[in-house]
Design a protein around this ligand. Structure first.
Ligand code: GLN
Length: 491
């Protein structure tokens, strides 16, 4: 069943050949079998999921408000609020934190009748690229357990890749949905900034943070995206409707101009990945797209600009964890300063590093030299991309510079990781939507390609990638699109 498409599951549920309780029990079994090793979940919602599934079955029986997701299990990254359900952000500080309300995306899933199956692992407060800075242990890649799943939404990517959930939500501040999706061979979308409500998403760098879907196919991804997207008065940065969400995924892509930006194909990129992404470009060319080579010079500065701005925002976001209002408190009874200091020692090293650097970047002495300069580069990057969109409709790039790295090889892989950030953060700095989709494999390891487009083009990105995925499957070239997860994790 983990290889079944959502539309087939939907049909089986609607025809009552399969109940939502059976479907949920199936995924709970997969989790029980595989998650001890993979560690994709921080919390598995066994009882709650079965209850929600039973409610979905009643809804289906009564044919009341049945949506595309009624009775379908969804895994939720553990930095997204779930009412009465532990939400840890992979931090020791929030080990016993139970939010009193749902994030808007979670209420939308509940309204749609989806089943929340568990809360997935991440780097503490989503600060990282390997799901290794988690108080709850590292997440492993189902294609090779000695390799990283990527991050920070590593748990969500692994849940889908290993068939422990058909759908998952992640968050993406600088690539945290797309990079793990690429490492694990699944689809992941970072929506246009403001397209999906951030209400109830624990902030890391609020001007970049977006919640987005992960799934095993473009169609599944679109269904989850359609469920969570749309205006929300509770998020002041939410974009107004109307949305252009209806992706007729079978519509022709003939005549579309696909840009290949030079800065994404230069030195440091793995030769196999380059070959596969260019092969995908050829497939799109054969489908009638015009391939346009172009340059985006601002991208060379993307990673440092992102880190500076993200850490500055993080230092503000993290100010709330002082033992007063949220999470665990340490050093109580020894005065406020002592209490706050001791409590903050409960944060992991990486989080502390970012708070300290962010505070430094915002200090009076550095503000002009660092923060203001970074804001200028960001403005330049927005203009640079806008100019590119006059020459092409969307951009095709690799998602990562190398496949998933082996644990312990972080130092060796540092250059590839830095380059990957250069590839992914541009979409966060410009607010553009970006999609990572599977693009073949190298030595069994998945390769991800990325499509970036102007604001509001999510459905178009998914449509274009689906054309590639379908032609690739039919032609058996250049690579399989959906991993044979069952076989992989048995091996
Ligand atoms: N790897 C990036 C970082 O460490 C992105 C993280 C994210 O998108 N949440 O900041």
């Amino acid at each position: 069943m983990d290889k079944m498409k959502l539309e087939d599951l939907r049909k089986a549920l609607d025809r009552r050949e399969l109940s939502a309780v059976e479907l949920t029990a199936y995924y709970l079994d997969r989790i029980a079998q595989h998650d001890r090793e993979l560690n994709a979940f921080i919390t598995v919602l066994r009882a709650e999921a079965l209850q929600m599934a039973a409610a979905a079955d009643r809804r289906i029986a009564a044919q009341e408000n049945v949506t595309a997701l009624t009775g379908i299990p969804v895994a939720i990254k553990d930095n997204i609020y779930t009412e009465g359900i532990r939400t840890t952000c992979a931090s020791r500080l929030l080990a016993n934190y139970y939010p009193s309300y749902d994030a808007t995306v979670v209420s939308r899933l509940k309204q749609a009748g989806a089943v929340l199956i568990g809360k997935t692992n991440l780097d503490e407060f989503a600060m990282g690229s390997a799901t290794q800075y988690s108080y709850y242990g590292v997440t492993r890649n189902p294609w090779d357990r000695n390799r990283s799943a990527g991050g920070s939404s590593g748990g969500s990517a692994v849940a889908v890749a290993a068939g422990m959930a058909p759908l998952a939500l992640g968050s993406d501040t600088g690539g945290s949905i797309r990079q793990p999706a690429a490492f694990c061979g699944v689809w992941g979308l970072k929506p246009t900034y403001g397209r999906v409500s951030r209400y109830g998403l624990v902030p890391y760098a609020p001007s970049f943070d977006q919640i987005g879907p992960l799934a095993a196919s473009g169609r599944d991804l679109l269904l989850l995206f359609q469920t969570i997207a749309g205006y929300d008065p509770l998020d002041p940065t939410s974009l107004p409707d109307p949305l252009n969400l209806d992706g007729d995924l079978s519509a022709s892509i003939r005549g579309l101009r696909v840009g290949l930006p030079r800065e994404f194909f230069g030195t440091g990129l793995d030769a196999g990945i380059k070959e596969r992404v260019l092969a995908a470009a050829k497939v799109l060319g054969a489908a009638g797209c015009e391939l346009v080579e172009l340059s985006l010079p601002s991208v060379a500065y993307a990673a440092p600009t992102y880190h500076l701005l993200a850490y500055a925002e993080a230092s503000a976001s993290m100010a709330r964890y002082g033992g007063v209002r949220y999470g665990s408190r340490a050093g109580a009874g020894r005065g406020n300063v002592e209490m706050m200091t001791t409590t903050r020692h409960g944060l992991g090293l990486e989080v502390k590093r970012r708070i300290l650097l962010g505070t430094y970047f915002l200090s009076a002495d550095c503000y002009e030299e660092y923060y203001r300069q970074a804001q200028k580069v960001k403005a330049w990057m927005i203009r640079d991309f806008a100019a590119a969109y006059r020459r092409c409709d969307l951009l095709l790039t690799p998602t990562t510079a190398a496949p998933a790295f082996r644990f312990g090889d972080e130092a060796k892989e540092e250059r590839a990781l830095a380059l990957t950030e250069q590839y992914t953060v541009a979409a966060n700095l410009t607010g553009n939507p970006a999609l990572s989709f599977p693009c073949g494999r190298i030595n069994q390891l998945p390769v991800g390609a990325q499509l970036i487009g102007p604001a509001g083009t999510e459905a178009l990105l998914i449509r274009v990638a689906t054309v590639y995925a379908e032609s690739a499957t039919e032609g058996g070239f250049p690579g399989e699109t959906v991993p044979e997860t069952g076989e992989q994790i048995e091996g």
